[in-house]
Ligand binder design. Structure first.
Ligand code: 13P
Length: 336
């Protein structure tokens, strides 16, 4: 077993999942504004420190993805953020892309940037304590898209990023996110997502990436947000499993789904059904941003000094997601 494979397994085994707390300052400002909190470095740190100090970190969270600002911050009691996370047994990770920009010659689509100077940035993040990383490629669905240009360009970037990250002895999270915006059917989502994932693996293999030392972070297979034809949670699970089974090479140790705008309960229930019906060898867990933090953020915003209530809400959410990652979640446990 390679060292990278060991790190990947430590993050996602035994029902543990990933807390995606890597919102850029722009995204975090949007989230804080929505609950009437001013977005300052101090407030961003305060909320995140509360989550990272929660009891659930030890039992349920295998890794935390940080943003550049946060990995450089120090807690109110003088510890660095990466050492706070490591002290709970979870592994610190870092988002290393610098965002999705307009793709030349297909301006409705995006290409993720951040390869220039990446090798040097990775060395610094390793010294700060990071042992895994994230890079997100983003794709839209409509009649024309995703284009072959967007699929190929983003897959190429994800593969070059992954090769550099492994060279630096860290585990790359490979995140090709096909957005749920639009009125497409779930079957279209299944087809497009499978095309995107397959192309990513073609490029990862071409770039000699050790597939046993990555974690794939895909979207679940859902009907578009504005589609009139909704599908059941059972169908979401079945189509998601079909996509993974047919597109992901066996060497990959695990899949950590993003929540992508699903509600907390929806993301939990779908993950639970995926695990109940998991007919693959892959570990299937979560790497949620909104679906882990939304309720905690709402409660915290009402009284930013009330650490305990915020942590209770977060602990419950993390526990429910971990139960779902083992196929053991239920509405009764959710409402207990
Ligand atoms: P969501 O779970 O809110 O989609 O965030 C996950 C993530 O890291 C997106 O890049």
């Amino acid at each position: 077993m390679s060292d990278l494979n060991k790190i990947a397994l430590k993050i996602i085994s035994n029902g543990k999942g990933i807390l995606a707390a890597d919102e850029s300052n722009g995204t975090m400002t949007k989230r804080l504004k929505a609950v009437d909190v001013v977005s300052t470095p101090e407030n961003r740190l305060m909320f995140r420190e509360i989550l990272f100090s929660s009891e659930s970190m030890k039992e349920y969270i295998g890794g935390v993805i940080l943003y550049d600002e946060t990995i450089n911050q120090t807690t109110s009691f003088g510890k660095s953020i990466p050492s706070l996370i490591s002290s709970t047994g979870a592994i610190p990770g870092i988002k290393v892309d610098i965002g999705a920009k307009d793709l030349a010659n297909s301006s409705e689509e995006k290409i993720t940037e951040g390869l220039d100077g990446l090798r040097e940035r990775l060395k610094r993040y390793y010294e700060l304590g990071a042992r895994f990383t994230k890079w997100r490629g983003v794709f839209i669905i409509n009649k024309k898209y995703p284009s072959t240009l967007a699929i190929n360009s983003n897959a190429h970037a994800l593969a070059r990023y992954s090769a550099l990250v492994q060279e630096c002895k860290m585990v790359p999270i490979v995140e090709p996110e096909v957005l749920m915006d639009g009125d497409h059917s779930a079957d279209i989502c299944l087809r497009k997502t499978s095309d995107v994932i397959k192309k990513c693996f073609d490029e990862l293999i071409l770039n000699k990436v050790d597939l046993s030392g990555i974690i794939l972070k895909p979207n679940m297979i859902l009907a578009g947000k504005n589609s009139k034809v909704k599908i059941s949670n059972e169908e979401v699970a079945q189509k998601t499993l079909q996509c993974i089974r047919n597109s992901v090479p066996r060497e990959v140790p695990g899949i950590a789904f993003l929540s992508g705008g699903q509600s907390e309960i929806e993301a939990t229930e779908n993950l639970n059904l995926i695990n109940k019906n998991n007919n693959t060898e892959f570990i299937m867990t979560y790497s949620y941003g909104r679906a882990l933090q939304q309720s905690a953020l709402k409660i915290w915003s009402k009284n930013t000094k009330d650490v305990k209530t915020t942590q209770n809400i977060f602990n419950h959410r993390a526990k429910m997601c971990t139960l779902a990652a083992q196929g053991k979640w239920s509405y009764e446990l959710e409402n207990k």
